[in-house]
Design a protein around this ligand. Structure first.
Ligand code: KIV
Ligand code: ZN
Length: 377
């Protein structure tokens, strides 16, 4: 099975979420968790941004041994020099350079022409390549770039030495079918594309980051950039846990796999939420508190008979436990199962009475805890 490279950018794009700032010690703690989960590439930060950022990337570069440690740099000498310095101690290192390729960014942000952009890409990749062999290049705002110019940019980046070409949907504008087509077009139209790995990096402004990333993979991308809990600029990035589990659960469709130890997912999700102070919404796919909880009677009955009736993956595979929660939608099967679990056996008549009392109480309350249940009994 072809392997999809998991490039985690929780510590870079994720940390750019408003209010998500982390100390170097906290970043290292997360990086070690990502390494334990066998993330292939850890984007540790943007060293030019702050001295604490340089320190964090440098510490991570010293301690992480198995994952590639990557630092972000604009296509500018001063950024590249600092990024090279920050990742120097790493056993496996990568520099990720970016320069926008859309006309709106070239004209209003960078104030350079297309021709100047191509020149800068060539010069800066050549410069970085002298110090670090593994260079990734991102044409920022790729999905709003004129395709023919985008192909030229990619061709130039590869010819200058980039080994990975990352296609960012910087502003979350893409739609799955269109994004998939773009990746297929890049494969078809960029003459030297076989010399590079195609990567995708999708933002979630329209809630499509995971869908777009998967469409990219289906059309030939073999690296995906993502973050724990979908953290990231504005509405966030594609969530690592969603992509990894989609590839695992729907292996039949994608015919690809990752090297991620999925049992570690819940632990790292909790760590990131705790350290950033950004909670995970209860109905968040894979890691939300309700992702493997069942309250409705019909569902509880199904689960008790055969788990697969209402679960497409095992909670244990992501480090969680499936739970039946008692509430007003619960039925007798779930109620009886709960009593068994807390060690209470009732005869048929008692069970019926207890169930009626429970239903009355559940109609007034959101959830019934074990303590409340015991009191009621
Ligand atoms: O979203 C984006 O374009 C980025 C680049 C730096 C890759 O984060
Ligand atoms: Zn981004």
């Amino acid at each position: 099975m072809p392997k999809i490279i998991i490039f985690d950018t929780t510590l870079r794009d994720g940390e750019q979420s408003p209010g998500a700032s982390l100390t170097p010690t906290e970043k290292l703690q997360i990086a070690l968790g990502l390494e334990k989960m066998r993330v292939d590439v850890i984007e540790a930060g943007f060293p030019i941004a702050a001295s604490s950022e340089f320190k964090a990337v440098n510490e991570i570069a010293k301690k992480v041994k198995n994952s590639i440690v990557c630092a972000l740099a604009r296509a500018k000498k001063e950024d590249i020099k600092i990024a090279i310095e920050a990742i120097k101690p790493a056993k496996k290192k990568r520099i990720h350079l970016f320069l926008a390729s859309s006309d709106i960014h070239l004209k209003y942000k960078l104030k350079i022409t297309r021709r100047e952009a191509l020149k800068q890409i060539k010069e800066m990749i050549t410069f970085a390549k002298k110090a670090v062999n593994d260079i990734e290049f991102s044409p920022e705002d790729a999905t709003r770039s004129e395709p023919l110019f985008l192909f030229k940019v990619i061709e130039k980046a590869i010819a200058s030495g980039a080994k990975t070409i990352n296609i960012p949907d910087t502003v979350g504008y893409a739609l799955p079918e269109k994004f998939g087509e773009l990746i297929a077009e890049i494969k078809k139209n960029v003459s030297n594309i076989k010399k590079a790995t195609i990567s995708v990096h999708c933002h979630n402004d329209l809630g499509l980051a995971t869908a777009n990333s998967l469409a990219g993979i289906k059309n030939g991308a073999s690296q995906v950039e993502c973050t724990i809990n979908g953290l990231g600029e504005r509405a966030g990035n594609a969530a690592l846990e969603e992509i990894v589990m989609a590839l695992k659960v729907r292996r039949d469709y994608f015919q690809a796999e990752t090297g991620i130890v999925t049992r570690e997912i819940a632990k790292i999700s909790k760590l990131v939420s705790h350290l950033t102070g950004i909670p995970v919404q209860p109905n968040k796919a894979i890691v939300g508190a309700n992702a493997f909880c069942h309250e409705a009677g019909i569902h509880q009955h199904g689960i008790l008979n055969k788990r697969e009736t209402y679960e497409i993956m095992r909670a244990e595979d992501v480090g969680l436990r499936s739970q039946l929660v008692l509430g007003k939608h619960s039925g007798k099967h779930g109620f009886e199962d709960k009593l068994k679990k807390i060690g209470i056996r009732l005869d048929k008549k008692q069970l019926e009475r207890a169930f009626q009392k429970f239903k009355k109480l559940a109609d007034k309350k959101k959830n019934i805890s074990d303590e409340e249940l015991l009191k009621l009994l």
